[in-house]
Design a protein around this ligand. Structure first.
Ligand SMILES: O=C(O)CCC(=O)C(=O)O
Length: 314
């Protein structure tokens, strides 16, 4: 049997490489079919001129404002760690402008190709530097929780860049082709110096297979080097940010059916339902169906337990 018969996508794995061969970086393209082919062969792709200048400056200003506003929360501001490379998490609640990137056709075309049409949003985060960093960060595979012997992508990271990415600014170090390395080279990371650093213009989409070895480069200039990461997973993988618990119901209530599905409010076979009191379109059969929130959960002896909504009601 052709193994594509039992898979959830039409993605066909390129043949294994003989050893830990680092391929050249793929060329930037605007052709999404070429980008899909680059994902197959190189495990990464660069699509340029995706965001226009207005969208780039708007997103940059919003991201800087978000960062400053969270900092002003003082002790309530999430711990950002000690590195000058920081991640602002859980952008699902932080404005439609970020959610729109999830629904862009480039995201759909590439994530759908790699993970299948029912892929989930695993997390939505902003990446930026606050100053210089001394060294390349940990080389890793985003698919690290999934056995290395798995021969297909289950995770996919799409970076929408808001600044030019250059080696001096700590652009991403990648090992093109490493998703095709033999099993013995998939567990311990290769030496960082053997990878390539990407050079990208602001407004590009740089995307990579969850099996690809990569890491954040050292930022010698201290430039902010901002990007938004749309981190996606197969519909049977646990999401990085627990969307069901950490998404404001205001967002769920106004999201399109597609976005609700990406956040996990669509079943995948028998996975992902919410069972409580009766809702209008009760799930009665197998298949992928939209999930709605019941008003109440049913507890012991049918005690009705109100479902917590995100906002406090007056
Ligand atoms: O910031 C970068 O260049 C890469 C980030 C990264 O390694 C990741 O999100 O997994």
């Amino acid at each position: 049997m052709d193994n594509s018969d039992e898979k959830h996508t039409r993605y066909q794995q390129a043949e294994a490489l003989d050893g830990p061969v680092v391929l050249p970086l793929p060329q930037a393209t605007q052709d999404l079919h070429q980008a899909q082919e680059d994902l197959r062969t190189h495990g990464c792709c660069i699509v340029n001129n995706v965001l226009d200048d207005n969208a780039i400056s708007d997103l940059k200003a919003r991201m800087d404002r978000q960062f400053a506003a969270e900092l002003a929360l003082g002790e309530q501001c999430p711990d950002r760690g000690s590195s000058n490379k920081i991640v602002i998490p859980n952008l699902v609640n932080k404005g439609k402008h970020y959610l729109d990137l999830v629904e862009r056709h480039e995201t759909e075309a590439l994530a759908g190709f790699l993970l299948g049409k029912d892929f989930l949003l695993s997390s939505l985060t902003a990446h930026m530097f606050l100053g210089t960093t001394p060294a390349i960060e940990l080389i890793h595979r985003d698919q690290g929780q999934i056995p290395a012997s798995v021969e297909f992508p289950a995770i996919f990271n799409l970076f929408y860049t808001l600044d030019d990415f250059t080696p001096q600014r700590g652009s991403t170090v990648v090992f093109p082709g490493s998703h095709r390395w033999p099993l013995g080279y998939r567990v311990h990371p290769p030496k960082a110096e053997l990878g390539h650093q990407v050079t990208l213009t602001a407004g590009s989409l740089f995307a990579f297979d969850g099996r690809l070895w990569h890491g954040t480069g050292a930022n010698h200039e201290g430039h902010r080097r901002r990007a938004i990461s749309i981190f996606c997973c197969a519909p049977w993988v646990r999401q990085q940010e627990n969307a069901a618990a950490a998404t404001s119901h205001d967002v769920f209530d106004t999201a399109s059916p597609k976005l609700r599905a990406r956040l996990g409010l669509k079943t995948y076979g028998t996975l992902g339902n919410i069972n409580g009191t009766r809702i209008e379109h009760q799930r009665i059969a197998f298949g992928n169906v939209d999930v709605a929130f019941p008003d109440e959960l049913i507890g012991e002896n049918a005690e009705l337990i109100p479902l917590q909504k995100s906002r406090k009601l007056d």
